[in-house]
Design a binder for this molecule. Structure first.
Ligand code: GH3
Ligand code: MG
Ligand code: MG
Ligand code: MG
Ligand code: MG
Length: 302
């Protein structure tokens, strides 16, 4: 297999962002990379940061000297944000620049100017391969194998990050703990395999009901799910919780030994600004879930 084909097979659809203010260099980099990858280019550091928010690249080629904020500052900014910190950044440098700066800022490599075809091609290929391998390991470590959504381990990290971002932005966020009602009886009546199928359907339904890209769902435990909604207050959280309950009912999964005669869920809802008695947010959501169960199930309590 030739190297072109190998790159096309192993790194398909990878997104590369070029941040460079000299049009000649942009044209050159695009001509090297765009037959293998999805390449986009911006001229300034500010545009680079915005582009990362809306269209997360797999790798960034970052010129050091830009008008406005410098490449090093862009790198520091992206490395300090949990959403963008894992994107590999390769600096594009001219020889006068001191290399300590870009290693300290968190760059993984550099490409010297004048730009050489082989250096660009091979450094990009190496770092994309590493990124892809890291993504696969993360998927194994952080995804639940039955439902394909995130697992408890990833949830814990994500919740801590959401809390930090909320504090920094003086913002609220909501947590929903979702528990399937009478699920032990469901398994006892219809068997464990049908129980597993129901769990997958519930997970799919929750995912489908969430509408912002920043909304997050994980399998929290056996038949429990957790949803994290950034920048959401109690009212917003309630709307989503009610919508999820409605969509689970609409699945119409027969459950003969439930008083509702079909599969239902209960939800404990709280937001960061609505914690009682120094409770941690999970503890509060869990207490609220317990109230939803005691009040008859198939409902949300906050
Ligand atoms: P409640 O309405 O109070 O929540 O009652 P429940 O029966 O749902 O609660 P309980 O905690 O007693 O039972 C949870 C059940 O979920 C027990 C277990 O068999 C089932 N369960 C947990 N994980 C899985 C799984 O991965 N697959 C299947 N099929 N069932 C599971
Ligand atoms: Mg420049
Ligand atoms: Mg449970
Ligand atoms: Mg249950
Ligand atoms: Mg309360």
């Amino acid at each position: 297999m030739n190297i072109d084909q190998e790159v096309k097979d192993t790194l398909p659809q990878s997104k590369i962002l070029i941040v460079e203010d000299q049009p000649m260099n942009v044209v050159l980099l695009q001509s090297i990379l765009s037959s293998y990858y999805q390449v986009s280019a911006v001229e300034s550091g500010e545009d680079a940061i915005n582009e990362c928010r809306t269209n997360m690249p797999d790798l960034i080629l970052l010129d050091i000297q830009l008008t406005g904020i410098s490449g090093v500052e862009v790198c520091q900014h992206l490395k300090s944000d949990p959403r963008t910190k894992d994107i590999p950044i390769i600096f594009i440098t001219s020889l006068q620049e001191h290399e300590d700066f870009f290693w300290e800022a968190g760059g993984v490599d550099f490409i010297p100017k004048p730009i050489s075809y082989k250096t660009v091609f091979n450094r990009v290929k190496s770092h994309l391969t590493l990124k892809l391998q890291r993504d696969k390991i993360k998927a194994l470590a952080f995804l639940d194998s039955l439902t394909g959504i995130y697992n408890r381990r990833y949830f814990d990290t994500h919740l801590a990050q959401t809390e930090l971002i909320s504090q920094r932005n003086d913002d609220d966020y909501a947590l929903l703990l979702i528990d399937i009602d009478f699920f032990k009886q469901f398994n006892d009546t219809y068997g464990h395999i049908n129980g597993d199928i129901a769990l997958v359907k519930v997970a799919e339904t929750i995912v489908r009901t969430l509408n912002r890209p920043s909304d997050f769902v994980a399998r929290f435990g056996g038949e429990e799910f957790a949803v994290v909604l950034p920048s959401t207050n109690l009212n917003g959280g309630k709307l989503i919780a009610e919508k999820i309950i409605e969509n689970i009912l609409a699945l119409n999964l027969t459950h003969g030994s439930s008083p509702f005669k079909r599969l239902t869920i209960s939800i404990g809802l709280t937001t960061y600004r609505n914690l009682d008695n120094n409770n941690k947010i999970i503890q509060q959501a869990d207490e609220n879930l317990y109230s939803a169960k005691r009040s008859g199930r198939n409902q949300v309590t906050h």
